[in-house]
Each structure stands twice: as structure tokens, then as C-alpha cells.
Design a protein around this ligand. Structure first.
Ligand code: BES
Ligand code: MN
Ligand code: ZN
Length: 483
């Protein structure tokens, strides 16, 4: 969608829907006041009132968008209001949406534009017969502000972020017959055009490094496992210690020999959402030329049942040297992360590591579909993640790492086993990963709850792949590590 910043006084063109943000408790005049009263429209957050434009308003339609109380209105409020306006008129047949930002703040106007970009994302490449009237008609958005130049100047890093989130959403939406490990790696390799350095390790290279834990997961698949190393060196000192991110990239998770039930298994195409978010984050850092050195590591595998697949009871040796008894081949994400996290720490000696993974169904039971689980060995890192999470509207909830629960993953024949039973399933998964962290500040985000939305209630996140994690990590890097 094309976006322009225009002066608040600029005339509207034909075929335009005009969206006006209305604050709760502020009276509307004349015909608008009557329309509001006749529809219980109070300006409460998320409310909309879609009417024919009254006389004197130069537009085909007028949409009032409730934004809650004026003094609580912030950047996220501007994003959400603009996104709600878009969703209200996207199928109207009109071509242009004009959003009036309620004051002259250039930053709010830029954030409204970000909201429009995020809300208008669509994964429609496999639709060949969609009726025209089901396709969004809005092609152009105008964000009206008293400071269009300021908004235009503030927008590029946000446009980069929107592009990055779309990149992640595309990866996560792709079916697994299209997006297998080598294809995922190939798409990431294309990001060299942004100035990223990208290395791709295949199975032979990983075997030479001793990554028996990751390789065991992929050994039943026809598709070769890959480890992708993405580097962005944007700091003034190119040798400065990097920040690091590691993503679980299970391109399809059947469960392996511990096979999952058929119902809902198709969802496991998005079991690479952690790797997708790390790739999108690196995209954002490069596209906005962040002044930081950062590393992103993607552990890409396909977990399949096969004559050559790993069996329950197998013992594998990880790159760290620690051995793992594989009780359940469906607890594969932690096996991938064990080697990817160790490799990251061993090679790059980063300031911290944040891993992202659609790791456990249990996190959905714990937190529902709006919060991701945050686990960390470091209070400062956890605090920074929580702060960024609030600012970007990607909610996290911190979970504990109780040493007493370690006994749930003790094995009778190896250093540990890969499942800890049903109690505290997300916690024992995190404790498992922690065993591959050697003193580095580390956080683990279990995004099984948030990587994919059905019946989304967040206007900037259409149903399907969310891109969760890209925004919050981009924000944390920007606020804390680019000084
Ligand atoms: N990819 C799944 C977790 C998942 C479940 C993500 C539902 C999204 C939605 C993960 O690999 C898995 O299978 N975890 C098991 C672990 C168990 C075998 C210990 C789980 O959560 O049931
Ligand atoms: Mn699994
Ligand atoms: Zn999985």
C-alpha cells in the first residue's frame, strides 16, 4: 500500500474514505453527534462508526474511530486507530483512505502509517479465484498531519520495521512443501542485498562441529538440515561484542516417531516462527542501519517419521559434549536450540543471547494467546525485554526457572532427558535450554502462544502469522544497544 503524509488542510481526492479519530467523552457536533447517539458510539477504544459523509465533509464515507481517553492516547493508540480504520473500509470499493491524526505530532502520524502497513498485510499468493469484491480495494493511504515533513522524516525506520515484519509473516505463512530448510536459507541469503553477511552450514559442516542434538531431529527428513548465521555489523567498532538471537526453525513438526495426532497438525508449518522472527529482526536492523553488531542464528530442520528417523530412547551427543536421552521425538525444538545456542555462545561470545521458539503447547495453556512466555537467567535483560514488549504491544509474561524442577529432566542413562512430563512443561523446556548456556546473559521467549493468530483482536495483526518478536527485539536493541 502506498502511503503519503499530507497537510491537514489538503483536499481529498475522489473515492476517498475519511477516518477521524474520536476521543471518549468528547462531544461531537450536529449530524455527527446525532449519528453517534443513535449508535451508542462514545469514542471508546476500538469502536467504529461508518457513515455516509455528511454535507461539508469532502469524502465518500466517514469513519469515526474511537481511541479512548485523549490523555491516554499514545503511539500504539495511533497505530491501532489507523489499523482499525483500514479494516473498516478495506472492502468498501473505495481506493483511498485518509486518516486524520488528532494533533500535529509527527511521530504519532508516522506510527499511524506503521499501523496501516501492518494491518494491510495479506498472504494471498496462492489464491487464484478470489472474487474481486473480496479483495481489499484500498490502495493508497494518506495520513493527514500538521507536520507532514516531520512525519515523513520519522517514517523510514518504521517502514523498515513493517517490511521486516512482512518478511517474517511471509516465511511463517508458507506451507512446508514450499518452505523447507534449504529454501528458508535461500530466502534469508537474499537479504545480503541489505548488507547482511550470511553463512549457511549444511549437515556435513554441522556433523564436523558435533551437533548431534540438532542433526538427530532432521535425520528422518528428505530435506537437509541447515544452520544459518546472519551478521549485521553496524556499530562504529566492527569488533565490538555483538548481541545475539537464536531461532527455532522446525519447518514442519510431525512429532517424528512420537507422531502428533492428525487434527491440527497442519499448524506445525509455523513451527519455524522463532527462526522467522530472528530473520525478520536482522532484516529490520539492516534496513534501518542500526548502530549495533548483531548475530542471528537459525536452526532449520524438518521433524519427520521415517525408517531413518530418531527413535524414542536414542541418546545423542550435543556440541556442548552433554548427552541427551530422547524420550519423546516431539520435544524436538529444545534439541535444535541446544546446539544452536551453544554454537552461538561458543563462536561469538555475545553480550547476551535471546532465543525465540514455538516451543511448547503448555505455554498456550499457561498464558493463552496474547502473551508469550519469558524465561531468563538475568534480571536486567528480562527487564529490558519487558519494557520493549510494553512499548511495542507484544506482551510478555515472565516465568520462573526453579532449580528444584531440574530433577524432572534427569535421565537414568544420559546427562539429561528431553522431556520433563506434563507438570510445568514450558518451564522444564526452558530449564533444558538453560543447560546449554554457559554464564552468558540469556532469555528464552516461548512464542508458541503468539506466533499465529486465529480470530485476532489486535488491529495491526491480521489473522495468521503475526511476526511476533520482531518489533519488541528491534525496540530493545534500539533503546539499549545503539548508544
Ligand atoms: N512445536 C511444538 C509446540 C507447539 C504446540 C507449538 C502447539 C505450537 C502449538 C513442540 O515441538 C512440541 O511438540 N512440544 C511438545 C512437547 C512435549 C512432547 C514434551 C508439546 O508441547 O506437547
Ligand atoms: Mn514437537
Ligand atoms: Zn516443534
Amino acid at each position: 500500500m502506498e502511503i503519503q503524509f499530507v497537510a491537514a488542510s489538503a483536499a481529498t481526492g475522489p473515492n476517498t474514505a475519511l477516518a477521524r479519530i474520536v476521543f471518549e467523552g468528547e462531544a461531537l457536533d450536529g449530524a455527527l453527534g446525532q449519528a453517534a447517539a443513535a449508535s451508542r458510539f462514545t469514542g471508546a477504544k476500538g469502536q467504529t462508526l461508518d457513515i455516509l459523509a455528511p454535507a461539508g465533509v469532502d469524502a465518500a464515507r466517514l469513519v469515526l474511530v474511537g481511541a479512548g481517553k485523549r490523555d491516554a492516547f499514545d503511539a500504539l493508540g495511533a497505530e491501532h486507530a489507523a489499523a482499525t480504520a483500514y479494516s473498516t473500509v478495506k472492502l468498501s470499493g473505495l481506493e483511498t483512505l485518509r486518516v486524520e491524526t488528532p494533533n500535529g505530532d509527527a511521530e504519532l502520524a508516522a506510527r499511524a502509517a506503521l499501523g496501516l502497513r501492518l494491518a494491510s498485510y495479506r498472504f494471498d499468493k496462492y489464491r487464484t479465484k478470489e472474487p474481486a469484491e473480496m479483495k481489499p480495494s484500498i490502495r493508497k493511504a494518506e495520513v493527514a498531519t500538521t507536520d507532514p515533513d516531520g512525519a515523513l522524516a520519522a517514517f523510514p525506520p518504521l517502514a523498515a520495521l513493517a517490511d521486516a515484519v512482512s518478511f517474517t509473516r511471509d516465511l511463517v505463512s508458507e506451507p512446508a512443501n514450499v518452505l523447507y530448510p534449504a529454501e528458508f536459507a535461500r530466502r534469508v541469503k537474499e537479504l545480503e542485498r541489505l548488507g547482511l553477511e550470511i553463512e549457511i552450514l549444511g549437515e556435513a559442516e554441522m556433523a564436523a562441529l558435533g551437533m548431534g542434538s540438532l542433526l538427530g531431529v532432521g535425520q528422518g527428513s528428505m530435506r537437509e538440515s541447515q544452520l544459518v548465521v546472519i551478521r549485521w555489523n553496524g556499530a562504529a567498532d566492527k569488533d565490538a561484542q555483538p548481541v545475539a538471537f537464536v531461532g527455532k526453525g522446525v519447518c514442519f513438526d510431525t512429532g517424528g516417531i512420537s507422531i502428533k495426532p492428525a487434527e491440527g497438525m497442519e499448524d506445525m508449518k509455523w513451527d519455524m516462527g522463532g527462526a522467522g522472527a530472528v530473520a525478520g529482526l536482522m532484516y529490520a536492523l539492516a534496513a534501518r542501519k542500526a548502530k549495533v553488531n548483531a548475530v542471528g542464528i537459525l536452526g532449520l530442520v524438518e521433524n519427520m517419521p521415517d525408517g531413518n528417523a530418531q527413535r524414542p530412547g536414542d541418546v545423542v551427543t550435543s556440541m556442548s559434549g552433554q548427552t541427551i536421552e530422547v524420550i519423546n521425538t516431539d520435544a524436538e525444538g529444545r534439541l535444535v536450540l541446544a546446539d544452536a545456542v551453544w554454537y552461538c555462545q561458543d563462536r561469538f561470545k555475545p553480550k547476551f543471547i535471546v532465543d525465540l521458539a514455538t516451543l511448547t503447547g503448555a505455554i498456550i495453556i499457561s498464558l493463552g494467546n496474547d502473551y508469550a512466555g519469558l524465561f531468563s537467567n538475568n534480571d536486567e535483560l528480562a527487564g529490558d525485554l519487558l519494557a520493549a514488549s510494553g512499548a511495542e504491544g507484544e506482551p510478555l509474561w515472565r516465568m520462573p526457572l526453579p532449580p528444584a524442577y531440574e530433577k524432572q529432566i534427569e535421565s537414568a542413562i544420559a546427562d539429561m532427558k528431553n522431556t520433563g512430563g506434563r507438570p510445568a512443561g514450558s518451564i522444564t523446556a526452558a530449564l533444558f535450554i538453560q543447560r546449554f548456556v554457559n554464564g552468558t546473559p540469556w532469555a528464552h521467549l516461548d512464542i508458541a502462544s503468539t506466533a499465529w493468530k486465529k480470530g485476532s483482536t489486535v488491529p495491526t495483526t491480521p489473522d495468521g502469522a503475526t511476526g511476533f518478536g520482531v518489533r519488541l527485539l528491534n525496540r530493545m536493541v534500539q533503546d539499549k544497544y545503539e548508544g
